[in-house]
Design a protein around this ligand. Sequence first.
Ligand SMILES: [Zn+2]
Ligand SMILES: [Zn+2]
Length: 551
Amino acid sequence: MKDELLFCPLGGSGEIGMNMNLFAYGQPGEHKWIMVDIGVTFADDTLPGIDLIYPDPGFIVDKKENLLGIILTHAHEDHIGAIAHLWPQLKCQIYATPFTAILIKEKFKEKHIDITKYLKIVQLNGTVNLDPFKIEYITLTHSILEPNGLRIETPAGVILHTGDWKIDPEPLIGDKINSNRLQEIGREGVLAMICDSTNVFSIGKAGSELDVRKSMLNIMSSLKKRIIIASFASNVARLETAFYCAEKTGRQISLVGRSMHRIFKAAKQCGYLKDVIDPIDAREAKNISREKIVYLCTGSQGEPMAALMRIANYTHPDVFIEKDDAVIFSSKIIPGNEKKLYKLHNQLVKEGIEVISEENEFVHVSGHPNREDLKEMYEWVKPQCTIPVHGEHRHMIEHVKFANEMKVPNPVQVENGDIVKLYPGKPHVFDKAPSGRLYLDGNISIDEDSQSIKDRKNLSANGYIEATILITPKGNIHKSPLLTFRGIPIDDTDEFIYGLEDVIEETTKSFKLGSKKQEHNLIDALKIACRKFSKEKTGKKPVTNINLVKI
Ligand SMILES: [Zn+2]
Ligand SMILES: [Zn+2]
């Protein structure tokens, strides 16, 4: 039997977030596997109490003795965020470039896991040999330090896994995209390209960090009072732009928010940001007049706990904002975040604070490839097969159409769990792996249909009643039950309690307690009666709990 080459995304195909991709090579049943990226996605209001979501790794956990390693392309959370949560189930080597490795170490440190033995640092444009895979890191440009594509060589052919990228002619920090190597790889022949689909609907080019810097300097030169810039901490070129513009406009700069400090430190540690002015502590910045200071802070998406929200709410201990100051959102308005972001914009403009965002000024460029960038990549790489990933279904289907326009012989459309046979034969989806999502609930991983979430949704929508009923040693039911309720709209509390007591008394009358079965029947009858009563009185059918306590 011939060896085969497989690709299987467990996350990130059909969504933008929680990327997890698998490659396998070998005889059926004896495959060797590698994983590329292990990211998270963030929960919205529909999942009360959940912050993080990551792919269910069950399929690969079952084969972990054949998992040769986790290869990380870059340090965005949608590519590395799950590593410290899921690695304990996989216990394999991890490969990352220096900047990514520093952030990975922090994640493991928070979980009190010593990862030094397992974390292998790969130099930029370096290689990793994991027989039968030979992996070469290729420097690309994106919106973070050290974004890498991967050339994955196997006996069956070469795969180019792009990771996240765009073509930035002036990335400002870090190397330019290694287009020479990409063209060389194209000439040598590429069996399949696994490619970023995020901006497939956007025409033209994604644009350059240099253009943003020029525009930001222009804007900031005209601002007279306090300037607060919100952006993603991980975009170190943008961070450097804030420092550069502060210096050029004769201002000091102060970093606000934990991840700003974290990324600043990590970038410095890797030898970046050598020529920027020193930031000053926010406590010290309080003593500087408002036209002489720039704050660079977290919270560009209106996150409730981030620095910008606390500043806007006047709850930040060190940073103050007032009329005629300006807030620059140097970031994308991520779809889904509009509501909370516009609420924040409104809150600021109502106070007379100027809001500058990508809606009214040129203060942001995307880190993902627009159609012109994609076109160039296809011309360089000339893959035999394209598999669009890193997109919702609409992006990936459009990307397949785009690949057809680019005359790619075999574009393959996938979603999470699809197993593509890349070799032998024409690439096609031939099997399905179990896939799904896990939620981080507190510090426990739970399934999507877990009871804890159902319960919380139910509680938050309907409220809660608890009745504790005392039973005497002779099996008689004590007259006054103990009642607790939460989250129920009640006009007259006394009337509600008396009514509920009557209902309970009425229901218990017809029961004689002697056996467990009768107790269960009573509990069920009381639940129904209490919920019915509440529905009549308030329109709410609360979660109801009945305790029978023998005294
Ligand atoms: Zn990214
Ligand atoms: Zn990404």
